[in-house]
Design a protein around this ligand. Structure first.
Ligand code: ITT
Length: 205
C-alpha cells in the first residue's frame, strides 16, 4: 500500500468482475458503505485477458480496463487457491482449471488427482485475494489478503462458490462451502484484503 493512499470520494464504484460468486461477496463486504456499486456485466464492459504472472498484475489489468472503459473508479479482485504440495498450483490459474464452460466439480477432482499423484500427506493450502482499486487517471491501490487451511475430499457444502467445498480454514472443521456467508466473511482472504482496502481508502464513508 502506498504511504498516502488515495481515498475513494466518488460514490459510484464499478466492480470489475464477471464472476457472480465473487460479485455477491464483494457486495456483502461493501454493504456498510454508501457506495453505489455498478457491475461490469451491467455496463457491458469488456472482460480482458488475464496475461499477468501474479495475482496483483491480473487484478491491475482488470481494474484498469474497467476504470478506463467506464470513466469511474473500478475495483477488481484476482484470487485463487494455492496448494502447497502442488508448488502453489492452481494459483493464478484457479479459474482456468475449471475449463470452459466452467465446472468447479471437475476442477476440484483435478486438484485431488494431482495431490494423490504426488503421494503427499500435506493437504495444506491457502486462498489468496488481491484487490486493485484503479481510477480513470491511472492511479492504483493494491491490497492482498489470505486465509490458510487444508483441503478435504470429497467436496462438502453447497454455500459459497468455486473451490469452497474442499477448503477447511485453520481452526475450523467446516469447509467454506458449509459455512454461512457471515462466518466466511469473518476469516476469508477476500475479507482480509477488504479490511486493508477499507482502512486505506474508505475510512471517510
Ligand atoms: P473475474 O476475473 O471476472 O473476477 P474469475 O472467476 O475469472 O472472475 P479469477 O481469475 O480471480 O476470477 O479466478 C479466481 C478463481 O479462484 C475463481 O474462479 C474461483 O474459482 C477461485 N476462488 C477465488 N476466491 C474464491 C473463494 O472465496 N472461494 C472459492 N473459490 C474461490
Amino acid at each position: 500500500m502506498a504511504e498516502n493512499p488515495r481515498k475513494l470520494v466518488a460514490e459510484r464504484l464499478v466492480i470489475a468482475s464477471h464472476n457472480d460468486g465473487k460479485v455477491k461477496e464483494i457486495n456483502e463486504l461493501l454493504e456498510p458503505y454508501e457506495i453505489v456499486i455498478i457491475g461490469a456485466k451491467k455496463l457491458g464492459l469488456f472482460d480482458p485477458e488475464e496475461t499477468g504472472k501474479t495475482y496483483a498484475e491480473n487484478a491491475a489489468i482488470k481494474a484498469r480496463t474497467a476504470a478506463v472503459g467506464s470513466g469511474l473508479p473500478a475495483l477488481a479482485d484476482d484470487s485463487g487457491l494455492d496448494v502447497v504440495a502442488l508448488g502453489g498450483a492452481p494459483g493464478i490459474y484457479s479459474a482456468r482449471w475449471a475449463g470452459s464452460p466452467r465446472d468447479f466439480g471437475r476442477a476440484m477432482v483435478r486438484v485431488e488427482e494431482e495431490l494423490r499423484k504426488t503421494g503427499t500427506e500435506d493437504f495444506s493450502a491457502r486462498f489468496v485475494c488481491v484487490l486493485c482499486l484503479a481510477w480513470p487517471d491511472g492511479h492504483e491501490e493494491i491490497f492482498e489478503g489470505e486465509v490458510r487451511g487444508r483441503l478435504t475430499f470429497p467436496p462438502r457444502g453447497k454455500k459459497g462458490f468455486g473451490y469452497d467445498p474442499i477448503f477447511i480454514p485453520n481452526g475450523h472443521d467446516m469447509t467454506f462451502g458449509e459455512m454461512e456467508p457471515d462466518a466466511k466473511h469473518a476469516i476469508s482472504h477476500r475479507a482480509d484484503a477488504f479490511r486493508k482496502l477499507k482502512k486505506a481508502c474508505l475510512e471517510q464513508f
